[in-house]
Design a protein around this ligand. Structure first.
Ligand code: ARG
Length: 324
């Protein structure tokens, strides 16, 4: 039986979405985009998270930043620390301060990156190790900076196929502790061996599922939001006890992104011993949105389905989605 954990996500409505430049092989300026359709698909994605009981925070979209919908690239947030993004291409550079400003306002401790990195696009969290991609966007030097920033081991992985230019296009974290899915062909021979050694039980995705960016999916530990085109992957996930949920993000695929690209997870610091839930509401980002396990959440009767704190805006207390 898989267990969902309530998540807190940062998203950005694709109000200004279009393909105005080409910085990955998916983007073609001459292919028309339909911004209204992108917004409608994005709304379904957001509503899906809310219906599952997750919290979705919104950062205001900015004109002239058509890729801002891909908030996963805007930072990496672990243990209440926000490590800022430093984009490879100038077209996206202004996104980083906008996301940083939001995270600062929310109370996160900001760690400024000195090395080029594109946030959760290339930096994926597991309790065992942070997996960090390089080859197209994030510089290898950022990986050591990430390790020092979070005090968590970082495993570097080399991407070799330009279609899978960010780690999150080729690898997905399915459970916080260690279960992942990935498409081996996106990685160098050495990195494939590393993945096989560290994650022998991984879900191995096919090229057919990787191609529509099916691996660019979002798991809460139980439900996996994925592209409807990733039919084989959905079947593999079902066999492993997950509940795959198809959400069409095909308009956003024109920019080279799927569900995961549109979703930045805000990971707060774990409560240290002696800290009580009564300190909730101090406004500190590291406390807000703290992980609540199923057995703590949705408990009968106490009126506080979040382990003793009031529901945060956007949360759907007691929704069946996150009960195990
Ligand atoms: N057009 C964007 C870029 O090339 C897409 C980013 C997709 N995001 C992701 N997390 N893979 O930067």
């Amino acid at each position: 039986m898989r267990e969902a954990r309530r998540r807190r996500y940062l998203m950005c409505r694709p109000t200004y979405f279009t393909v105005a430049y080409e910085i990955n092989p998916w983007m073609h300026k001459d292919v028309p985009t339909d911004t209204a359709r992108a917004v409608a698909q994005w709304e379904v994605l957001r509503e899906t998270y809310l219906a599952l009981g997750h919290t979705v925070e919104l950062v205001d979209p900015l004109p002239g930043l058509p890729d801002m919908v891909y908030t996963a690239n805007g930072a990496t947030v672990v243990d209440g620390i926000a490590y800022t993004a430093k984009f490879r291409y100038p077209e996206r550079a202004a996104e980083s301060p906008a996301i940083e400003a939001w995270l600062t306002r929310d109370g996160f401790t900001v760690a400024h990156a000195t090395q080029i990195n594109e946030g959760e696009g290339d930096i994926l969290f597991t309790e065992r190790a942070i997996l960090a991609g390089t080859g197209f966007r994030s510089d290898h030097a950022s990986h050591l900076e990430i390790q020092e920033t979070f005090g968590r081991p970082v495993v570097s992985l080399r991407l070799v196929d330009p279609r899978f230019y960010h780690l999150d296009t080729a690898l997905a974290i399915l459970t916080d502790d260690h279960l992942i899915a990935y498409y081996p062909g996106a990685f160098s021979a050495g990195s494939q061996k590393v993945l096989a050694r560290l994650f022998p039980d991984a879900v191995i995705a096919s090229e057919a599922d990787a191609m529509p960016l099916g691996i660019n999916c979002v798991s809460d530990g139980k439900h996996v939001i994925h592209s409807p085109a990733a039919v084989g992957l959905a079947e593999q996930l079902r066999e492993r006890g997950f509940e795959p949920i198809a959400v069409d993000t095909s308009e956003l695929l024109k920019g080279g992104g799927g569900a995961k690209c549109c979703t930045l997870e805000l990971r707060t610091a774990p409560l240290s011993p002696g800290e009580h839930l009564s300190t909730w509401g101090s406004g500190a980002g590291r406390l807000r949105g703290h992980a609540i396990h199923d057995d703590e959440a949705d408990g009968p009767g106490d009126g506080h389905p979040h382990g003793g704190r009031p529901a945060m805006p956007g949360e759907h207390p007691g929704h069946a989605g996150v009960t195990a």
